[in-house]
Design a protein around this ligand. Sequence first.
Ligand SMILES: Nc1ncnc2c1ncn2[C@@H]1O[C@H](COP(=O)(O)OP(=O)(O)OP(=O)(O)O)[C@@H](O)[C@H]1O
Ligand SMILES: [Mg+2]
Length: 501
Amino acid sequence: MSLLKRIGGTDGVETSGTTTTSNGVNNNGTSNNGATLATTVTAPAESTPNRSGGLSRLRAEYNPAATHAAQVSKQDKVTYELKTRIQERLIADLEKKKIPVTDDKQVKNITEEIFQNILAEEPVPLSRVERQNLLNAILSEIMGFGPLDPLLRDDSITEIMVNSPKQVYIERKGKLVRADITFQNNEHVMRILERIVAPLGRRLDESSPMVDARLPDGSRVNAVIPPIALKGPSITIRKFSKKPLTIDDLIKFGTLNHKIADFLKGCVESRLNIVVSGGTGSGKTTLLNVLSNFIPDDERIVTVENAAELQLWKDHVVTLESRPPNVEGRGEISIRDLVINCLRMRPDRIVVGECRGGEALDMLQAMNTGHDGSLTTAHANSPKDTISRLETMCLMAGMDLPVRAIREQIASAVNLIVQQERMQDGSRKVVSISEVDGMEGDVIKMNEIFRFEQTGMDENNRVMGNLRPTGVQPRFLERFEKYNIFLPPDTFGSSNQLRPF
Ligand SMILES: Nc1ncnc2c1ncn2[C@@H]1O[C@H](COP(=O)(O)OP(=O)(O)OP(=O)(O)O)[C@@H](O)[C@H]1O
Ligand SMILES: [Mg+2]
């Protein structure tokens, strides 16, 4: 990657500070259809608490007296020109001194030096706080992820979606809202994308326009660029939660209740094979993490994932991560390779982040051959759908097995399917828990043990309802006894507890 590319050339116009309201209009009332060098900001800082760390924001926050639009606009121009000059000098200096741009420490030092020198040479009307924030903005463009940085720092944001340079959405508390940051143009988004993928040795260009990557903090990134993405480069970031959700959090959020939590803990402790299923972003990985943390401390766990998202508070854990092919198309290590390999690693438990293809068959075989108590997730809309998905995934293994044989594998391997859903209010709930109960003829039999019954919406438009027992006692309860696990007698309710469908 060229140095110029990494630094962002001399066109690094600060646009992250362009304050944009949710309808895409700048605070100065103009439509947001291009790079604005002289952004006018007159709104007080409190009115836009989540603005990016850009220059206009700094000015609004730290120079409340500057209410005169023209004055602010002039200052913006000054800081923009200053920033451009610093970037030009920086490029020249780094090239002259042959400092590798990947050496973040040296790049940071030299940036600070040049910044101080330029400010010493010429009088720039900036307060101390403004100077510091300007330096931070420059460092963020050069060493960080530009306009994305403030969103990445904000722990209340769980997902970031860049649809186009001027249209960025975030998810906060389960709700999608428009973020008030913008990129200057497609090239600006591409520069930030290069900062993300280049250190991983990944390629992103016309011939390879889709990439999965990870940020240094573990956040999961997917990027698609033109010609596949028609509106410009598109980025989706699933933020890695520094503090993973615990079972207590899930109970607090209403995802499940205490009784269900105890039941699921019992299922994990008594080594049932469990599949957590749900749609995209329904909280499958989070629930898998919570369930995996119920595994007793003296058991050896091997985790297999595409991007290591699981965070287990356990000592005896081996974490494996698959690897995509390199630029020459070689060196791929698939989830399937890892599942097969982990059988040779003496696992007590195998936890597979997500089954998406042929690895499902290896996973089922492992579950059936002594590696019980294994856990995984699958993308499906109902427990029944999960079974069909598993069937399809097994067929993808290319072993040419008859469907009946695959069904038998599924029926004898999987004990429990926990269905999770992202509800219309943005909350995530366990909506069904079903036992897989062998075969009846050619069909896999399932018994639903708990089902979510929605009773309505409250005054804040939140989904109300309860996960209630259907009255069916799971057959695997005798296994609980073997492991000395006893649940309160009312856990499974009585047979007339639920209205029939
Ligand atoms: N029970 C929950 N309550 C509230 N938020 C949750 C819950 N479970 C997960 N989340 C949040 O929802 C987002 C998606 O969670 P998660 O990654 O577990 O979903 P997923 O189903 O595995 O998604 P994907 O299909 O993309 O792999 C995360 O930001 C997570 O913090
Ligand atoms: Mg997931």
